[in-house]
Design a protein around this ligand. Sequence first.
Ligand code: PEP
Ligand code: MG
Length: 325
Amino acid sequence: RAAEFARLRDTPAFTRDGAKINLLMNAGLAVDLDILKETGAEGIGLFRTEFQFMVAEELPRFTAQAKLYEQVLDVADGQPVTFRTLDLGGDKVLPYMEAEREDNPALGWRAIRMGLDRPALLRLQLRALIAAARGRELRVMFPLVASVDEFRAARSLVETEVAWAVRRGRPAPANLRVGAMIEAPSLVWHLDALLPMTDFVSIGTNDLMQYMFAADRGNPRVADRYDPLSPPALRALSAIQQACADSGTPVSVCGEMAGRPLEAFVLIALGYDALSMPPGGIGPVKRMVLSCDREAAQRGVLSLLKGTAGTVRSEVETLARKLSV
Ligand code: PEP
Ligand code: MG
């Protein structure tokens, strides 16, 4: 298998009926960069910047942050990299940062909420990203946005920092793209307002499912209780895809499900054509893509959206087998 996936590395991921699927890698540390080229990924769809903070003994300073981001962009060598701003708080507590105990950390003061309430850290990070870009393309994405006002405020911090850099005679990013993660179900019901103000969105299905099903993703007693291959989850994913297609907003899926071939098969059937996943998923998902007839998959999966059972996993398995995926 490993040899087969290695052989597929340079094969572009087209479905049998000619749809190009963009397979991207999730990363977070400098060590991940070594495997970027090995996987054949077309870029980094999710760079989790908080990892650097979590493995450090103290708050990484501006220069350490900028150095890592620059290294990432250098290795990517023109391939797109989407930097997600700090997704701290909740269960990602830094030993060197004060944190108040919260009864419901996943619903608490985390991610962009922290970034907007204490903007110094977020602004420093944005400044490091802009410096690291050195006039190249820069893609920035905010985690756990739950309202359009949060996105608007976060986006304006980016614009303030770009203006700050330019006033000091430093280059602005050549192509600045600012996006939101779709992780809070609230946004699914306000896409008509959100999408016109974003350059792209990416769906964090790990969190989106956690919040949709009210099931702690880190608690083994409930984490696997609900299936993303279920009518409510698939209807939400289908609605997001349609809203993005209608407004011409680029969308990707970057939760773990994107790296599992059966789930990825369903995402492609729903119309997604950019998936970002752990490096080990790229080979298996590419093999699935190459054997997939998207139009047939689409017809099959659309009928499953109407299902009345709690999960349609076995129906998806049957469909995939029937289509020899
Ligand atoms: C997600 O929630 O699906 C996601 C990609 O972000 P993280 O797993 O880092 O929360
Ligand atoms: Mg998340």
